[in-house]
Design a protein. Sequence first.
Length: 269
Amino acid sequence: MFERRRRSGGTALIPFVTAGDPAPSATVPLMHRMVAAGADLIELGVPFSDPIADGPVIQRATERALANGVMLRDVLAMVSQFREEDDRTPVILMGYLNPIEIMGYVEFATAAKAAGVDGALVVDVPPEEGHELVSALRAEGLDLVYLLAPTSDAERIERIGAVASGFVYYVSVKGVTGAGHLDLDTVDAKLAEIRGRIDLPVGVGFGIKDAATAAAVARLADAVIVGSAIVSRIEALTDEPARVATVIGDFLGELRAAIDQSDSEGRHA
C-alpha cells in the first residue's frame, strides 16, 4: 500500500476505530465505508480494560465495546467478515499485550493470519520484551508496528528500527491520544531524524483533529493517522449506530480531500 502511494506521490490515510463501538454489528459496515471514503489502511482497536496510551475519548470507546462483550476473538471474526468483500485494504490490530498473551502468541498469530489481519501494534511491548511475539508474527508473515515518540533518542530509534516492520507510528505529541497541540516544525525535524535511521514509511498520529491538520501533516509524513477525532464522532452517535458509517465516511471524505489537495500542491516531503 505504501509503495503504491509513494509511486503516486500521495499520502496514506489511516483511520482508527475501536472494534465493537458503538455496537458489534456496526464495525464491519463502518470499515467498508471508511475504505470507500478514502482510507488506505484501517487501524482496528482491540478492546482492553486498561488502555494506558489512550486518552479519555478512546478509553470510553473501549469501555463501551467491553460492555458489548467484544473480545479479541470477536475482533478477529470481524476482520474475517470484512475480508469476505475486501481482500486489498490492510488491517492492523491496535491493542495491548494481555489478551494476546492469554490466547498465546502462536495461536494469536495463526488466528490473525487466518482472519486476514496484516499486522499488529501492541502498545505495551517494548522491543526488549517482544521476542516471542515478533517471532510468532514473523512466522505468519505479519508486521509488528512500533511507536516512536518525541522523546525517542537515536539509540531508541535504531533499536526499534531493528525489529519494526510495515511502518512506524510517530506519536506527534507528548501525551495520550487526542492530547496536545501539533508543532509541525518539531514533527518535521523528528521525522528527518527517524528517516535517517529507519528505512520504513512513517505515519504520524495523536493530535490530528480536522482536515486542516491532516493536510499539514500530509506535507511531512507518509501517512496521516486519525483516531480520537473519529471516535468522538462515534461517541456522539452511541444511540444511533445506524448513522455511524455515514457520518464517519463523510468526515473521512473531508480528510481525504484535504490530504489529496496538499499532495497535489507538491508539498509532500
